[in-house]
Design a protein around this ligand. Structure first.
Ligand SMILES: Nc1ncnc2c1ncn2[C@@H]1O[C@H](COP(=O)(O)OP(=O)(O)OP(=O)(O)O)[C@@H](O)[C@H]1O
Ligand SMILES: [Mg+2]
Length: 312
């Protein structure tokens, strides 16, 4: 497997705004890589530099072995783009605009296949100006796929989708991977990153603050598990066979443990012996969202501390 994207020391400034401050990463062919980060973190800036839409201020960038800044036609033919903000011809129909685009590419996808893939069969003959927000976004996805690209950039591809459309587009993106395509995705939905990405990077204030698989990000796989349940009547914390603490807000008790299997065995063994039901019993690890909020929050705090230092 080769490398689809290689970025080293990437920087981007707009006048006085330093949006990207030295970012390095690479994406293997066939991988789904997700960029996560708060509004204004620099995600779209990075993506658009890789697409060849913006010039970088410093650093090296290789996309499918080419420098996107050179604007080579060979590169444009091999990448598919879904922009965060899109503009299309309002008076053309879905089918017309897709058919028109097939002429841009040497080996385009089949128009009917793409319409089916994004679930726009019923809107095939609808003019673009009549599409709903979510339908427009599906068309954007279709436009990204029509050239049958090897590498696809999806900047918040499912923002504005209803839950079932979001699930449907996950299937589409997974299918792209099974065809061996490479995907760079940005999203504000942690479940989407969890479901789709092989690797995620969290960017905040123009720098990467963490990178890893969705399951291991920020040490998530090593974090303590929480066992929760409601205390049965007549039982106190001291009666329990494992140390527990109360969560007064949730009205439950919590066991924090690195060994959930053993802790659970002791707890449930103890409860079964006494014919006690542990209502609401769950075992959880911190979710990707928990870890993300912590990482992004830490980064925001550091930034404000630095700003304070700068002003004092
Ligand atoms: N054309 C521009 N001119 C000046 N500043 C810009 C321009 N484009 C982006 N910026 C600034 O660069 C920073 C990063 O913006 P960017 O669009 O890359 O963020 P993002 O991570 O994609 O955010 P979002 O989640 O809101 O889409 C922001 O502070 C933004 O205001
Ligand atoms: Mg953006």
């Amino acid at each position: 497997m080769g490398v689809a994207v290689a970025v080293d020391g990437l920087q981007k400034s707009y006048d006085t705004v330093e949006a990207v401050k030295g970012v390095s990463f690479s994406i293997e062919e066939g991988e789904v890589f997700a960029l996560l980060g708060p509004n204004g973190a620099g995600k779209t800036s990075i993506v658009e530099i890789l697409e060849g839409y913006r010039k970088r201020s410093a650093g090296t960038v290789e996309v499918l072995g080419m420098d996107p800044e050179k604007g080579s036609r060979r590169l444009k033919e091999r990448i598919g783009i879904v922009l965060q903000e899109s503009t299309t011809e309002p008076y053309l129909t879905v089918e017309e605009v897709l058919r028109q685009r097939t002429f841009w590419y040497p080996r385009p996808s089949n128009v009917d296949d793409v319409i089916g893939l994004v679930g726009l069969e019923e809107k095939r003959r609808a003019r673009l100006r009549t599409l709903s927000g979510g339908q427009q976004r599906r068309l954007d996805l279709a436009l990204g796929l029509i050239g049958n690209p090897d590498l696809i950039f999806l900047d918040e591809p499912t923002t504005g989708f209803d839950p079932s459309a979001r699930r449907a587009s996950w299937v589409i993106i997974r299918n792209l991977c099974s065809l061996g395509k490479t995907v760079l995705l940005t999203t504000h939905y942690m479940d989407e990153a969890q479901h789709l990405a092989n690797r995620v990077a969290v960017i905040a204030g123009g720098v990467f603050v963490a990178e890893g698989t969705p399951d291991s990000l920020g040490g998530r796989n090593q974090a303590a598990a929480n066992i929760r349940f409601s205390l049965p009547e007549g039982i106190t914390l001291q009666d329990l066979p494992v140390p527990a603490r109360p969560d007064k807000v949730a009205g439950e008790v919590v066991i924090d443990t690195q060994e959930p299997t053993a802790a659970l065995a002791r707890l449930t063994g103890w409860a079964v012996e006494r014919h006690l039901e542990l209502a609401g019993l769950t075992v959880t690890r911190p979710s990707l969202e928990d870890v993300y909020l912590e990482l992004a929050g830490d980064a925001a705090e550091r930034a404000s501390q630095n700003a304070m230092k700068a002003t004092t």
